[in-house]
Design a protein around this ligand. Structure first.
Ligand code: AIR
Length: 200
């Protein structure tokens, strides 16, 4: 097992120390579930962005793992992770990084699993990370979501998993149905907003 996996060693993989990581380390890390999604972030400073994805997988009851690996600071470990992910049962990888965000592309270069890239807003409003992730050369695609778009990355991952899992398909479908209800409710509320020249 690589050094960056397992509940006792997970903290070693995190670069730096943030409040979010301290919170994470206090929670019980479940070892009896086998992850099918891997969330990789370039640094624990990206964790606040990735929390939306984690919450979505909790809601969908999809087992996932979270680790920090950096294409620049731990290049060897990134390659090992990417090469071994499929063999460990991972089906989709979500990779997030800011600045010169090579992480999703380097992972995609070392696996045939689908990789979803999340550009993290750090410098330049996240445009630097977005262009680094989206502009992959032909042959090595990374499905890139918007800046800080971790929730969309998680929904897209669930949609991929839903192709082969009717339970996940039903949950994703219910989630999307709920989004419709939100707009229906918003329109009912807008009906109660009055202006002199508003006709509906
Ligand atoms: N990063 C880390 N290694 C390579 C890159 N591109 C990114 C992280 C984070 C930013 O650099 O994904 O968004 C700053 O990292 P840190 O650890 O200094 O906070």
């Amino acid at each position: 097992m690589p050094a960056y996996f397992g509940d006792t060693k997970i903290q070693n993989a995190f670069i730096g120390s943030t409040e979010s990581v301290k919170k994470l380390s206090l929670r019980k890390i479940s070892t009896d579930m086998k992850p099918i999604v891997s969330i990789i972030m370039g640094s624990t400073s990206d964790l606040p962005v990735l929390e939306k994805a984690a919450q979505f997988f909790d809601e969908m009851e999809i087992p996932f793992e979270m680790n920090a690996l950096s294409a620049h600071r731990t290049p060897q470990e990134v390659e090992t992770f990417a090469r071994e992910a499929q063999g460990r049962g991972i089906k989709v990888i979500i990779a997030a990084a800011g600045m010169a965000a090579a992480l999703p592309g380097v992972i995609a270069a070392n696996t045939t699993l689908p990789v979803i890239g999340v550009p993290v807003k750090g410098m330049l409003d996240g445009l630097d990370a977005m262009l680094s992730i989206i502009q992959m050369p032909p042959g090595i695609p990374v499905a890139t979501v918007g800046v800080n778009g971790a929730l969309n990355a998680a929904i897209l991952a669930a949609e991929m998993l839903a192709l082969g899992d009717s339970g996940i398909a039903a949950k994703v479908s219910a989630y999307k149905e709920n989004l419709k209800n939100k707009i229906t409710k918003a329109n009912a509320e807008l009906k109660e907003v009055h202006y002199n020249f508003k006709t509906n």
